[in-house]
Design a protein around this ligand. Structure first.
Ligand SMILES: *[C@@H]1O[C@H](CO)[C@@H](O)[C@H](O)[C@H]1NC(C)=O
Length: 221
């Protein structure tokens, strides 16, 4: 009998711990609205279960076109592309690379990424936070190799093989978000003041002007 009480107490305790957390943000922000115009939620509204079909859980993915300035193409399968992912905390991306193709340094503010190489050879890496000394971890991955990029850290993948490369990434969010570092800094809308950028990068204004004039490509779809 005592064991049963103990079990019940333990269960109660664990359930309290689990429900004590707020759900993580599922988009960049969700600013509180006045009641009358509160039509947005953290995530997406749920469809009437009676109307749900197999199609809501399905998506077909084709290889991405890699003839672009980066030589890479990320095909996303997140909640916007596959509505059945809503609230499930998981998503996927297919990344195609031309020879020398680059998935430029970027971060996912809401997701850890685990990547498997299906074809080709990739030089991959991530950089740790300031607190950890901005250490760089890199690895050359061949077919079948798996690598993990911890949530929020800046990472990249470069095709260093002779042919095309293909990788599949699983991410721990229905909407992990992607911030490509160069694009966010040099293609911000409206532009970030050059006074901020010259000081941050410790270069002349002419270099910042040059960088802000480039057409920073976004390889995410
Ligand atoms: C990626 O590939 C798809 C399919 O070929 C194409 O429609 C899309 O424009 C490409 N996107 C980018 C950003 O290169």
């Amino acid at each position: 009998m005592k064991v049963v009480y103990l079990l019940v107490a333990l269960l109660a305790l664990t359930s309290t711990v689990v429900s004590a957390y707020d759900p993580s943000p599922l988009q960049d922000f969700c600013v509180a609205a006045k009641e009358k115009d509160g039509v947005f939620v953290n995530g997406k509204f749920c469809k009437d279960p009676k109307l749900v079909k197999a199609e809501d859980f399905f998506r077909h993915v084709e290889p991405g076109e890699t003839v672009n300035p980066l030589g890479s193409n990320v095909t996303q399968v997140f909640v916007d592309q596959l509505p059945g992912l809503n609230t499930l905390g998981i998503g996927l991306a297919r990344i195609d690379f031309a020879p020398k193709g680059l998935n430029a340094p970027h971060t996912h503010p809401r997701g850890t990424e685990i990547l498997i190489v299906l074809e080709g050879t990739l030089y991959v890496g991530f950089v740790t936070s300031n607190q950890d000394g901005n250490r760089l971890f890199t690895k050359v991955l061949n077919k079948g190799d798996v690598f993990v990029f911890p949530i929020g850290l800046i990472h990249f993948q470069l095709n260093v093989g002779y042919g095309n490369a293909v990788a599949i990434a699983g991410l721990s969010s229905q909407n992990p978000g992607a911030i490509t570092i160069a694009n966010a800094l040099f293609k911000a809308n409206p532009p970030i003041s050059s006074e901020v950028l010259t000081k941050a990068f410790q270069v002349d204004k002419s270099i910042i002007d040059y960088l802000q004039k480039q057409s920073w490509y976004d390889n995410n779809n």
